[in-house]
Design a protein around this ligand. Sequence first.
Ligand code: PHE
Length: 341
Amino acid sequence: MKEKIESLLEEIKKFQIQTEEELDNFRRNFTNKKGRINDLVTEFRSLPGEVKREVGKPLNELKEFAKGRLEDFQRQLKASQQVANKPHDLTLPGEPGVAGTRHPLSIVQNKIVSIFERLGYTIAEGPEVEDDFHNFTALNFPENHPARDMQDTFFVKRDPDFMLRTHTSSVQVRVMENEEPPIRVLAPGRVYRNEAISARAHCFFHQVEGLVVDEGISFADMKQSLLYFVREIFGADIEIQLRPSYFPFTEISAEMDVTCLICKGKGCNVCKYTGWVEIMGCGMVDPNVLANCNIDPEKYSGFAFGMGVERIAQLLYRVPDLRLYSQNDVRFLRQWEGISI
Ligand code: PHE
């Protein structure tokens, strides 16, 4: 009997409550009529006199202790409910909110989009995990073209027909498949290439692709549109230069340079002392590509261009290392605080 009383006392001492349910639990277990203390009392009644004398006192103490505990618990619960229900004091000063800042690449992308919006372009999107047809085949890449090489492209391991898109030109195909000319779209997005990460290269970066298809679209239309864009984003004194180039999906193809913004064309290490910096690839949409997307190349022509957002950002903000864009160092990101575009 004595041991039973002691062990019950220990149990009660250890018991803690936080909720109404736990309080009920305590009552049911220990202090109710059907609780374990009363069981002991019943047992006590049938004991012989001399044993009664021995355990009477500790049993009474146990009862008193349990009663006190119950009252403490009730008080504690009531107090915590009062705190929870207390109306908020609206006169207290608020916690200062921490506002995030827009990422510099988003700012640059938004700037690019807003300029082309004024020329009537709309936004198009495509998936980042792309299939071979949209990323390569429809864009006139020959079967053994080096850009399909494992070194440049991240293929999906289980099915090499799928890959992370290597350029936003895949969105051109998706738009032409689904829309009739006149087409005038801009496709901003992230692209992936299997490059060693350094200050000047990363395994992912951002592009903005443009596509215009209609009757009678010419190279001159492209050149004028791009000149407008460049002067809007970099300033009215900026010149452009188009150099012949090659892309499987454009014919004729060009690369476009702008006056180096860092040295204003005088020559510096950013432009490798040429006075020019390349910002995009462009050209007339290859008739094969139009045909692959069920657009009649006899009737329609078009131009396309694709620019790197990081490169434009580098010229605008002189960010010296591409890795800074994805490190999320707030000291870097805070430099664009308050820019709202
Ligand atoms: N897709 C090309 C690249 O990633 C850029 C480009 C787009 C060139 C459209 C011509 C026309 O380099």
